[in-house]
Design a protein around this ligand. Structure first.
Ligand SMILES: *[C@@H]1O[C@H](CO)[C@@H](O)[C@H](O)[C@H]1NC(C)=O
Ligand SMILES: *[C@@H]1O[C@H](CO)[C@@H](O)[C@H](O)[C@H]1NC(C)=O
Ligand SMILES: *[C@@H]1O[C@H](CO)[C@@H](O)[C@H](O)[C@H]1NC(C)=O
Ligand SMILES: *[C@@H]1O[C@H](CO)[C@@H](O)[C@H](O)[C@H]1NC(C)=O
Ligand SMILES: *[C@@H]1O[C@H](CO)[C@@H](O)[C@H](O)[C@H]1NC(C)=O
Ligand SMILES: *[C@@H]1O[C@H](CO)[C@@H](O)[C@H](O)[C@H]1NC(C)=O
Ligand SMILES: *[C@@H]1O[C@H](CO)[C@@H](O)[C@H](O)[C@H]1NC(C)=O
Ligand SMILES: *[C@@H]1O[C@H](CO)[C@@H](O)[C@H](O)[C@H]1NC(C)=O
Ligand SMILES: *[C@@H]1O[C@H](CO)[C@@H](O)[C@H](O)[C@H]1NC(C)=O
Length: 458
């Protein structure tokens, strides 16, 4: 049930509870949709590039047993306990359509659903919320390994692909709005990182909004990825009214902020910190003034051009830990609201872990090695002061401790935290995003708009 009256009152306090609490979460990446760079050992024997081809080579029976073993070990209840202990409030769970809707000729196997239900139950027990997203849609919506199928972007090739996706969205909405799940699932994202033209994307979003937000009774917010067009492109967006003067209710925008790919790989530390700050200001505008719907930074990491060529692991590199801590706290501050009524509502780091805990991409390694605060819900565990601008004080003098004392709360799981040849892997695919969408965002313009909006509020 919606509790909008109470929610609005609570919003005034910023640190409210439930659907209006600030989201500080992690992605459970590489779990129910696998990616070679995240779990290389799954793919090593077949030398395949994605889950489709992995299963195609192994065959259904062996692929199912391989993936059953992965699903039951890569995330366990201990991981959810550790996520809670790090002060995180939510998990984002990427899903492939084939968990729900699989055709005979497709090599994928299904069997993920019981693990999804288990995850929602664990989250409920630990007072975490769950965000689900369609990471892999039929035909692939971006052609990258993260969708399960590397190759052409064929999602839009025919309506059967979107119809099947809507069927999956219908399933997730009906299932997870049942009382037995206790409202743990707060968001369902229609399509992750689509590389699809805006008019066509909007047609799909309208259909998806009307499935997930059906009759406004599911209690689940509909989340749309910005499609790399940036949150401001979705100002005043109402999927059912092209001339709307206000954004639709229960609609949340997801934007991803990565600096690991061209053209951002040439940025210096100072430039990165400046861009992070400027982007944060653009989503901390008042919703009422900017029209930008509630916005989550649903994926971000510590991977940048600055450490791209590093040959040491952060656990053994004090200078890297010093930089990571600053970059982490800069993004945490930038992607978190610092007042009521702002578009920004929080973030999900990519990811909680990888098989070999790649330093720039593993939250739990950051906590264990001390370059991510031990309790993200407790600002007294942060080191950098936050200025009135909402950005960290980049002049603050900080040096990471010389050595790492591995935290006692580091979860024991199947993954090794010892660095080896896989420790510095990066997704191979997303670099295309920035080439495809050169209009991603313009920080200079945004600072100007931010200043105007602030003036108009005074
Ligand atoms: C959704 O439901 C809430 C509470 O039931 C109501 O206040 C709100 O106006 C509804 N929104 C839409 C778009 O129907
Ligand atoms: C991965 O494959 C290579 C080459 O086939 C092999 O030498 C290596 O032992 C494999 N590693 C694992 C973890 O299976
Ligand atoms: C983290 O900090 C929050 C806010 O102070 C507190 O409520 C919570 O208990 C802390 N978590 C742990 C595991 O200490
Ligand atoms: C729709 O597109 C997908 C992906 O390209 C393809 O596999 C499928 O056969 C197409 N279906 C129809 C009905 O054309
Ligand atoms: C959703 O799909 C799963 C997997 O096929 C199935 O077990 C479940 O019953 C479905 N739920 C609904 C509400 O259709
Ligand atoms: C769409 O929004 C405009 C502006 O608020 C409003 O005048 C119009 O009635 C709305 N149309 C529909 C179909 O709701
Ligand atoms: C859910 O939607 C409501 C109403 O639009 C909004 O206030 C809230 O911030 C959203 N929460 C999430 C987590 O999407
Ligand atoms: C990292 O290595 C690549 C390839 O050799 C090079 O183009 C790039 O300039 C290097 N980056 C830095 C920051 O040194
Ligand atoms: C290093 O990675 C290989 C697979 O590439 C794995 O077999 C091995 O166990 C790893 N070593 C350590 C110390 O984690």
């Amino acid at each position: 049930m919606r509790t909008i009256g109470i929610a609005k009152l609570l919003l005034a306090s910023v640190s409210a509870v439930g659907a209006n609490a600030i989201v500080r979460g992690v992605n459970l990446g590489g779990w129910l949709v696998t990616e070679p760079w995240m779990t290389p050992s799954l793919f090593n024997a077949t030398a395949t590039a994605d889950e489709w081809h992995l299963c195609n080579v192994l065959g259904k029976t062996e692929c199912l047993s391989t993936l059953q073993n992965h699903w039951s070990t890569f995330y366990t209840r201990d991981d959810f306990v550790a996520i809670k202990a790090a002060g995180l409030t939510s998990v984002r769970i990427p899903l492939g359509y084939w968990a729900v809707d699989l055709l005979d000729y497709e090599p994928y196997v299904s069997g993920q659903y019981p693990y999804l239900i288990q995850a929602v139950q664990w989250a409920g027990e630990l007072d975490l919320t769950v965000f689900m997203d369609i990471h892999g849609a039929p035909g692939s919506q971006n052609g990258w390994e993260e969708t399960g199928l590397v190759g052409p972007v064929a999602f839009s090739a025919n309506t059967s692909n979107s119809d099947r996706t809507l069927k999956v969205l219908q399933n997730l909405t009906t299932e997870f709005s049942k009382d037995q799940y206790g409202g743990v699932v707060t968001n369902i994202e229609l399509l992750n990182e689509p590389l699809i033209g805006l008019p066509q994307l909007k047609v799909f979003y309208t259909a998806g909004y009307n499935v997930v937000g059906v009759a406004n009774t599911s209690g689940i917010n509909v989340t749309i990825h910005d499609g790399f067009y940036n949150p401001h492109s979705w100002a005043y967006y109402d999927p059912n009214n092209a001339t709307a003067a206000v954004a639709a209710d229960y609609l949340t925008v997801d934007t991803h902020q990565f600096w690991a790919f061209a053209p951002y790989t040439d940025l210096s530390k100072a430039e990165l910190l400046q861009q992070v700050c400027a982007f944060g200001q653009s989503i901390r505008l008042q919703q009422s003034a900017s029209g930008i719907p509630p916005t989550l930074v649903g994926e971000w990491s510590l991977s940048t051009g600055v450490t791209a060529n590093s040959t040491t692991d952060a656990g053994q590199d004090q200078a890297k830990r010093t930089w990571f801590r600053q970059l982490f706290e800069a993004q945490n501050a930038a992607f978190t609201p610092n007042g009521a009524g702002q578009s920004s509502i929080g973030w999900y780091f990519w990811a909680w872990q990888t098989e070999y805990d790649i330093d720039a991409w593993s939250y739990r390694k950051g906590v264990a090695d001390g370059y991510i605060p031990s309790n993200i819900s407790d600002p007294s565990t942060y080191v950098f002061p936050v200025l009135d601008t909402g950005c960290i004080d980049t002049t603050f003098d900080y040096t990471a401790p010389a050595t790492v004392t591995t935290s006692a709360t580091t979860p024991s799981s199947t993954a090794s935290t010892t660095a080896n040849s896989s420790w510095n892997a990066t997704p191979t695919s997303k670099s295309a995003a920035d080439r495809t969408h050169l209009d991603r965002w313009e920080p200079a313009g945004w600072v100007a708009i931010a200043s105007l909006a602030m003036i108009s509020l005074m």
